[in-house]
Write a protein that binds this ligand. Structure first.
Ligand code: NAD
Length: 321
């Protein structure tokens, strides 16, 4: 594939500008790019511009706004073709529905310049299914971010059956050049990597409250004041390597492997029947005590900002990667 230099991209398209697309738009504007957006919802332009304004000071505080960046480089288009003309990259963040994305990809494929890569924000759909039938499907990849993409660095990148491996390499280089942390997944699986990791944790959180082991409030406290803190600074294999002391991961497995096996064998599937859903909703609603989602998102962003700034400063001061 004849793709442009990943670090030189200046014009990107945002297709679908809801929670995720609007946050991506803010991020790319902060990187000094021109952003062309399309979203069919009434009021989408206004809410996109409001998200960008809200995200801008946070991006500035994180040092993620380059010198020549200008939020005025955001254009909102009335149709997808307008938002795709002459762009070098597309971040698609339309609703998580296979048929919708399939039909959207047909439209995008026809309007997008042939040497532009499209990355889908999909949380878990398979690219092989979304790209099927597109003439130029080789440049379609998954670029799965985490909410909110303007703050969380990770992007999972992988291709589908028809994707050119060069497009996956290109997308990884592009995201990394734009200050993200991109990882490569070597094959497709529902939920990619990280949503499967989260599903394993969420299953146990649901099981714990359904069985009465702990309250919703205590499960949240357990994760955020315990393993969550550590997992923000060390990966799970690094943590287990440390848990093995001087013997490292090998001693960890020799020492605690049988216990771990016992716990793993004891885990049960959670079946989201209507009755289980109703019970979980009631338990979580009561634990949230009417907390306003906007206030909760503000709390999340303030704490994330503080965490990311501190991690960046300590890594810089101590010369860590
Ligand atoms: N919300 C999350 O935490 C999260 C995290 C990572 C990835 N994602 C993924 O990002 C994508 C978008 O999710 P979201 O949470 O932003 O949803 P959302 O509902 O907030 O936004 C989707 C937007 O797409 C627009 N839309 C509707 N039909 C469309 C079409 N045919 N073409 C283009 N846009 C259309 C809607 O008007 C809406 O603004 C999904 O694939 C989702 O799986 C979501």
């Amino acid at each position: 594939m004849n793709l442009p230099e990943p670090s030189a991209i200046r014009r990107v398209s945002i297709i679908g500008a809801g929670t995720i697309g609007a946050s991506w738009a803010a991020y790319f504007l902060g990187r000094g790019m021109e952003v062309r957006a399309w979203d069919p919802a009434a009021g989408a332009e206004q809410s996109l511009r409001a998200t960008v304004s809200g995200a801008w000071p946070v991006l500035e505080e994180l040092g993620l706004v380059v010198a020549d960046a200008d939020p005025g480089r955001l254009q909102f288009h009335a149709d997808p073709a307008g938002a795709l003309a002459d762009v070098e990259f597309v971040q698609e963040s339309a609703p998580e529905e296979l048929e919708l994305k399939q039909s959207l990809y047909g439209e995008i494929d026809a309007a997008l310049p042939a040497n532009a890569v499209l990355a889908s924000s999909t949380s878990g759909l398979l690219m092989s299914k979304m790209q099927a039938g597109c003439a130029n499907a080789a440049r379609f990849v998954v670029g799965h971010p985490f909410n909110p993409p303007h703050l969380i660095p990770l992007v999972e990148v992988l291709g589908g059956a028809e994707t050119d491996p060069g497009a996956v390499n290109w997308a990884i280089d592009f995201y990394n050049a734009q200050g993200k942390k991109a990882i490569r997944l070597n094959h497709e699986v529902p939920g990619h990597l990280v949503n499967r990791l989260q599903a394993a944790l969420w299953r146990e959180c649901a099981a714990a409250v359904l069985s009465g082991l702990a309250s919703v409030e205590d499960v949240d406290i357990a994760v955020k004041y315990g393993p969550g803190l550590r997992l923000g600074v060390m990966g799970p294999f690094e943590i287990c390597h440390l848990a093995g002391g001087v013997g490292g991961y090998a001693h960890f497995l020799d020492h605690l492997g049988d216990a771990l096996q016992h716990w793993m064998n004891d885990l049960e599937p959670v079946d989201f029947t209507p009755a289980v859903r109703a019970r979980l909703k009631a338990l979580v609603d009561s634990a949230m005590k009417g907390r306003d989602p906007a206030a909760l998102a503000g709390e999340r962003d303030a704490l994330l900002l503080a965490t990311l700034s501190t991690i960046a400063r300590v890594r810089r001061d101590k010369g860590l990667h």
